[in-house]
Design a protein around this ligand. Structure first.
Ligand SMILES: [Zn+2]
Length: 336
């Protein structure tokens, strides 16, 4: 989906020399969340708490011109944060997790379209998982901030404009933005109406300066582009936690770890049930029955597709009957 939307997919290292985290400011302002450094051949290395600096280095590998933009880079990036042991909580808070992270570098007049693109992508992905209700927050400039008034104003307006264009209602959290830029946060609502922080889109004026990110404009002058951080699902581990809560473990078929399991009713079926290709036959039966897979629920407790007696018993029963009928036909044919 990211490739379709013009992102370059990256895979960057999990450790970097400590210098990188000095430049990014993480060693000065984020150290308590970071693991201890490792010394390798007299050099200090650091497990990464964020992916951003790597994506910036990828940007900086060459000189950019105004016609290069927008540049979108994405990564399923695993990061490591030293959370206090008391704050760890199942899949919701772990010390190593993978973000569906991306950074967009663009020009001032491209911000709105880029944000709009991220909103569309976010909706497309979240709908796949059954999340259609969102609480959206736009956070504006706090008292202490980097970047001039005009760029804050221009960017915040572009974020509002994109949200209005999308037609989403949102609340404005005046002064609630990060010191480095305005942001949009999105909470999803699960089956029980509980809200979970999920997607985030943040403009960043700080890292641009720290890494001295520039491009050459149409007058051959060096300028700073705009940088946007964005994550749709956020931490994948946490998102899976939310999914388990949302579906109460009863996942849609396409998401279920065990999608189908064939169980013999009596000992006499054991041989035929163990033969190769039986699962393919089950899939064929499901297809013949014209069951829309996203609507077909299945027990995820390992009980299998016809063992669960809960809300979709009727469906499971139909599959079982169909399988039994086909199996009888097959045995009859074999006996002839
Ligand atoms: Zn980032």
């Amino acid at each position: 989906m990211c490739v379709l939307r013009g992102y370059y997919l990256l895979y960057t290292p999990h450790v970097a020399k400590a210098d990188l985290w000095k430049i990014s400011g993480h060693l000065d302002f984020y150290k308590e969340n970071m693991y201890h450094q490792m010394k390798i051949k007299e050099e200090l290395y650091q497990l990464r708490p964020m992916n951003c600096p790597y994506h910036i280095l990828v940007y900086k590998r060459k000189l950019h011109s105004y016609w290069d933009f927008p540049i979108r880079v994405a990564e399923l990036g695993t990061v490591y944060r030293y959370e206090l042991s008391g704050s760890l909580h199942g899949l919701f808070r772990v010390r190593g997790f993978t973000q569906d992270d991306a950074h967009i570098f663009c020009l001032d007049d491209q911000i709105k379209d880029e944000i709009r693109g991220v909103l569309d992508l976010t909706e497309e992905i979240l709908l796949q998982f059954g999340f259609g209700k969102y609480e959206v927050n736009l956070s504006t400039r706090p008292e202490k901030a980097v970047g001039g008034d005009d760029i804050w104003e221009k960017t915040t307006f572009a974020l509002k404009d994109a949200l209005d264009d999308k037609g989403w209602s949102y609340q404005v959290d005046e002064g609630g933005g990060a010191f480095y830029g305005p942001k949009i946060d999105l909470k999803i609502e699960d089956a029980l109406g509980r809200k979970w922080q999920c997607s985030t889109i943040q403009v960043d004026f700080n890292l641009l300066q720290r890494f001295d990110i520039t491009y050459v404009d149409s007058n051959s002058k060096k300028k700073r582009p705009i940088m946007i951080h964005r994550a749709v699902l956020g931490s994948l581990e946490r998102f899976f936690g939310v999914l388990i809560e949302h579906y109460a473990g009863d996942f849609p078929l396409w998401l279920c770890p065990i999608q189908a399991r064939v169980l013999p009713v009596t000992d006499t079926q054991v041989d035929s049930m163990n033969r190769p290709g039986i699962l393919l036959e089950v899939v064929q039966i499901l297809t013949d029955l014209d069951l829309t897979i996203t609507k077909a629920y299945i027990s995820s407790d390992g009980g299998g597709w016809f063992m669960d007696g809960s809300r979709t018993q009727g469906l499971h029963q139909r599959w079982l009957e169909e399988l039994a009928r086909k199996e009888c036909e097959r045995l009859q044919r074999a006996q002839r």
